[in-house]
Write a protein of this length. Structure first.
Length: 377
């Protein structure tokens, strides 16, 4: 019997992050996620993932300048987005546009480590621009150009909404990016590593990762969590809704994890951000519904003896909704935040590369003979 879903199979060594599944801990290059969320910006975390250590002041200034200088995307790629049907899902639009960037990137075919570092920074910078542009183009509006002087996360909200976020909203977006930046050998990261392990290029690896993240069992869960909150609508309806869904054998989006057998450490940080935003805006409805869902799930899963807890997607949904991000763009936020993790893993894979090619256990028929077509059933 195969290791279904490769559960428990170790496919590589990595220096990028360690997940303590039983304890519910997450470490990026030796730093606890709570420490990074509290004391570092997303730009510092990107630098840490790519170069192995947090930047000093001069290094951070230079890195921020590099990111800022790489935010624009070619006009032809925006024209390509204008050709898409307006109801194209934002993750499909991102997958298409990110792939098209290769045609305009002078480093696209250069797989030296120096070129790959340049692309890692460039792609991290460009991903928010692509998503914000689609958010405008699909509404018949012109994209808003990136604005120098704004941080990476704040600039995304500015390009999407046309408004400069206040300190709380900018900081909330920044921390959410940090929490999504890296997470070991998750499905989309694995897809990226499998792709570049064939010596295909980094844009191909990024395109594989975006396509993989889109699925509701992975990055697509945050969008479905918001649909669940909207469908429930009121805290008092949460319990019945969850119990009915579980009785139908459905999965509750935003819960469970292949590795965590305790609370995903990113969830309480996102819950805290959601509470701060709710306090500022005075609307605690989505948080109240989420809390009721969490308590019903805890009771139900305890009763069933299952270690199923909220994951990163459960509270990110109400954070993004309150920030004014369209629900169908929630997974795009995950993708833009995960780009430093994906690209750092691709660079790590190429440092000690071997084609990734597992086996399959054949269970089909054998010894069959071809019959003339007129004799076939
Ligand atoms: C992410 O890997 C990563 O690191 C990913 C990620 C990252 O940062 O990159 O952390 C981001 O993808 C988080 C996960 C987002 N997905 C969801 O929220 C979708 C809902 N969750 C489930 O589909 C599920 O928990 C998975 C897919 C996340 C993990 O599933 P597994 O490890 O394959 O577990 P399983 O499907 O074998 O389920 C084991 C049992 C089953 O019950 P039994 O059949 O044994 O009776 O647990 C049950 C499942 O029915 N179960 C759930 C459940 N998740 C698992 N029951 C109800 N609701 C759920 N959400």
């Amino acid at each position: 019997m195969s290791n279904r879903g490769l559960e428990g199979v170790v496919v590589a060594d990595t220096e990028l992050s360690k997940i303590y599944g039983e304890e519910g801990r997450l470490v990026y290059r030796g730093y606890e996620i709570e420490d990074l969320a509290e004391n570092a910006t997303f730009e510092e975390v990107c630098y840490l993932l790519l170069y192995g250590e947090l930047p000093n002041s001069a290094q951070l200034t230079d890195f921020r300048r590099q990111l800022e200088s790489e935010r624009t995307v070619p006009g032809a790629v925006l024209d390509l987005l204008r050709l898409l049907p307006r109801d194209t899902h934002p993750m499909a639009a991102l997958r298409t546009a990110a792939s098209a960037l290769a045609g305009f990137d002078p480093d696209a075919r250069d797989m030296t480590e120096e070129a790959n570092f340049r692309k890692a920074i460039r792609l991290t910078a460009q991903m928010p621009t692509l998503t914000a542009a689609w958010g405008r183009i699909r509404n018949g509006q012109e994209p808003i150009a990136p604005r120098d002087g704004l941080g990476h996360a704040a600039n995304f909200l500015y390009m999407l909404t046309g408004e400069t976020p206040d300190e709380l909203r900018a900081r909330t977006m920044d921390v959410a990016f940090t929490l999504h930046a890296e997470h070991g050998m998750n499905a989309s990261t694995f897809a990226a590593r499998v792709t570049v392990a064939t010596l295909a290029d980094m844009h191909s690896g990024l395109t594989s990762a975006i396509g993989t993240l889109k699925g509701p069992l992975h990055g697509g869960a945050n969008e479905r969590v918001m649909h669940m909150l909207l469908e429930i609508g009121e805290p008092d309806r949460a319990e019945a809704w969850v119990r009915d869904a579980l009785a139908r054998g459905e999965r509750i989006m935003g819960f469970g994890h292949r590795v965590y057998r305790a609370l995903d450490p990113r969830a309480p940080i996102l819950r805290s951000l959601a509470m701060q935003l709710a306090a500022q805006g005075g609307d605690t409805r989505w948080l109240d519904i989420a809390s009721r869902i969490e308590s019903v799930m805890r009771e139900e899963m305890d009763r069933r003896g299952k270690k199923i807890y909220p994951n990163v997607d459960f509270y990110s949904a109400s954070v993004y909704y309150t920030l004014g991000i369209p629900t169908d763009m929630f997974t795009n936020v995950f993708a833009m935040a995960r780009t430093p993790g994906w690209t750092a893993h691709m660079i790590e894979q190429l440092r000690d590369n071997r084609l990734i090619r597992p086996k399959a256990n054949y269970v089909g028929p054998l010894d069959k003979k071809v019959q003339p077509i007129e004799k076939r059933g």
